[in-house]
Design a protein around this ligand. Sequence first.
Ligand code: GCB
Length: 593
Amino acid sequence: MLKPQSSRTRELNNLDGLWKFKVDVDRSAEAERWFSARLDTELEAPVPASYNDIFTDAAIRDHVGWVYYQREVRVPRGWADERVFVRIDAATHAGRVYVNDSLVAEHIGGYTPFEADVTDLVTAGEEFRLTVAVNNELTNETIPPGTITVAADGRRQQKYMHDFYNYAGLPRSVYLYSVPAVHVGDVTVTTDVDGSTGIVGYTISTVGDADVRVSIHDAAGALVGEATGATGTVSIDGVTLWQPGAAYLYDFTAEAVIDGHLVDSYTLAVGVRTVEVRGAEFLINGAPFYFTGFGKHEDSAVRGKGHDNAYLVHDFQLMEWIGANSFRTSHYPYAEEVMDFADRHGIVVIDETAAVGLNLAMGGGIFGGIQQPTFSPATINDATQAAHAQAIRELIARDKNHACVVMWSIANEPSSSEAGAREYFEPLATLTRELDPTRPITFVNVMFATYQNDLISDLFDVMCLNRYYGWYVDTGDLASAEIHLEAELRGWAEKYGKPIIMTEYGADTQPGLHSIFDAPWTEEYQSAYLEMNHRVFDRIDEFVGEQVWNFADFQTSNGIFRVDGNKKGVFTRDRRPKAAAHALRARWTRRAN
Ligand code: GCB
């Protein structure tokens, strides 16, 4: 799905700002349809932002169900002959879009975009009322899953099997955009390298009949290749590759043409690079790549998961400062601005779906839910699997053209040693490979699924492991942790012979807390814990990467496990370094040099 843009033939209006906001507290909206008139409310909510931390009313923060955003939108007067679309970058976790009182789009999945052609319902030069309903409910059949329970006093409550707070609302931009009636529908680009020649393969679909021509310009604006036809290849002689830490992007322009006249033009930034897993190596452009960096979250005070360009740029600055070359979009697809920025700045991304918490045994135990079998008709079932397949389709449809994306992660910490895991995951692994044969695939393995009992790891290219030896096990005992960690990692290496990335290892740390002993929660302990892990990683040949949990402290749901959030950040929630940041910087910048 193409990100909307302004081009020679397209126009784009950003609808961010303050929208009227109303919570469906008494669940009357569907029956009474009060949202199809002007919302009767004093509240205004910022877009983009999660709504939860904006208001002081706990009933809004804890609401389970629908909320309504509304604003008036004027269609530019020059758009009379254009197709007009409303595009929602994300509605977490389900959205419905109404133009005046007509439902024009419905979407499930909180982190991928959707849109509606509203041409027949709007008039150039006139206003219309745009209402977006957003639902934050998670069930056994959503991705991520969750359970709604009823409290002793009758309040509905949302339970879920992941620790990060269930922020909801419109956390990314909303657009009104125009395209010509006949236009470029989709663009798929793949890249390869032959000696010093870059090979860009492409497939363009059009809406309506048109001829297709494509052209590629280098970063200086010089034409370096062109072709005609809806699919083909373009060669770039003397190509400059997209490299980790040294991004280089070409402008790939797809044009729809009728009788020699341009009707639509869409330009995509394309980095030419290859990715391959060979034996126990992860190769980018044929050279072994070692991931350094983090599992992140889209999370900041007040905004929740609201996209913010200031945090975007600052986070990437901090990643550069610390010597990180990569991150994982734990545990859901991030805003497209993040992916574009990673493309432009040469940061490598492991791109993950929102399938976090397919683990009812563990999640139930830790996060207060009910402990049940994970895979069963009453729990994670065929409908969940269908939603998961859709989440994979939408992630790849959105992010397939990003040079920064080197691997798809289809789930975080599922119960991969439990009966039913293979039946659930095998079709999803196959689907991912069918949708994108060019990138390796992975899932992120939980500590309970060891190399002895895990049922699905052979379906994937890279072993991504989350391990907390020295934190959740061998707490405060780094000597034992070192022995146990090494024994387990050697087991994985010997059994599979595939590349291994530690996608999570980390220790909660209260900044300002100090000790000369191995005392959990102190700044010294976080550093010592990371150092212990690094000693082990460096002894294992199959190791191709380390991503610390987490880049920054982040908000979690209520519970006795967390004190004002998860504190495993190397930076605080407001992005100040803990002592470990300096230790990581020393290691990662040394490695880069
Ligand atoms: C994990 C999860 C991550 C948690 C982390 C923790 O294994 O993947 O979402 O935040 O552990 O800190 O417990």
